[in-house]
Design a protein around this ligand. Sequence first.
Ligand code: SF4
Length: 56
Amino acid sequence: MSCRDACTPAAICFDLAFGGARPSIVMDTCTGCGDCVQACPADAIQLCAREVAHEP
Ligand code: SF4
């Protein structure tokens, strides 16, 4: 849960599931700062650009 602890805006939560817990990200809260990427000891997080629709 290092990523959750590193996330200043608290965009990461862990859902308990059978056999462990899995992180989920609240995309509207995530700033894309990358602090969770640096914090993950398993190197399991990647940031990817996503397309944003622009108003004409
Ligand atoms: S990129 Fe930044 S804001 Fe988004 S989940 Fe990771 S630490 Fe939180």
